[in-house]
Design a protein around this ligand. Structure first.
Ligand SMILES: O=C(O)C/C=C/C(=O)C(=O)O
Length: 230
């Protein structure tokens, strides 16, 4: 099996794989991996950025912006329940989501929680191998869309995951999360489609997601989003 097939199988069976030893083009492997999902009937719903905040770069020891793809199979209903048995070693993080409007503009903004799950053993990877693994993308939950007010960009974040509580700020995302849609279009190599979601990247370090947790992200002026795990 090639790397995309091994990553896809790891994702479907929740069994981690070793770091690749072959040479590969990271975004080409990611494209092959996403193609396998699309061939099974999944639909692209947007893109996600990674390592946009210093908290995440420091947590993972990786220092460059990365882009992954979102599909409808990754979307979880707001307030919904996620079965952790589907994943290898899932983690959760609070994010801001942007809805792409006409011509790559921002049509709306929402609080979001992303679930990441490295398909590699011990959640360890290089920059290249995490890109190939669709930047650990696993699932995402969106809160209610709000009108986009570009003046409100540096907003307080309160993130609770089980007993863990973290405070952050959306200003930690790229130094200014209003850059997220343009950065995503740059890394995607072209304009983003109207109606797509852009997850701008975590505002804090990620927390492990274990069964029986209640996860909430509250973002000033944007409201909150919640998820339960079993
Ligand atoms: O930490 C990872 O496994 C890669 C993903 C990073 C992000 O999604 C992020 O920094 O927001």
């Amino acid at each position: 099996m090639n790397l995309a097939e091994r990553l896809d199988e790891a994702c479907r069976t929740a069994r981690p794989i070793a770091q690749p030893t072959e040479s590969f083009d990271p975004y080409e492997v990611q494209r092959e991996l996403i193609d396998l999902r699309l061939k099974r009937g999944e639909r692209l719903t947007g893109v996600k950025l990674g390592f946009t905040s210093e908290a995440k770069r420091a947590q993972m020891g990786v220092h460059d912006l990365i882009l992954g793809r979102l599909t409808d199979a990754m979307a979880v209903q707001e307030g919904g329940t996620l079965d952790t048995a589907r994943f290898i070693h899932p983690r959760v993080e609070p994010e801001v989501a942007y809805l792409v409007g006409v011509g790559g503009t921002v049509a709306a903004v929402a609080p979001a929680v992303e679930v990441i799950d490295s398909r590699y053993e011990n959640f360890r990877f290089s920059l290249e191998s995490v890109i190939a693994d669709n930047t650990s993308g696993a699932a995402y939950v969106l809160g209610p869309w709000q009108p986009y007010d570009p003046a409100r960009w540096n907003l307080g974040v309160l993130f609770r995951a089980g007993g863990a509580v973290q405070y952050g700020s959306t200003g930690a995302i790229l130094g200014d999360p209003r850059r997220a849609v343009a950065e995503a279009a740059r890394l995607a190599g072209g304009p983003l489609e109207e109606g797509w979601v852009v997850l701008a990247g975590a505002a804090t370090a990620a927390e492990p997601l274990r069964p029986g947790m209640h996860v909430t992200a509250e973002i000033q002026h944007l409201g909150s989003v919640a998820l339960r795990s079993i």
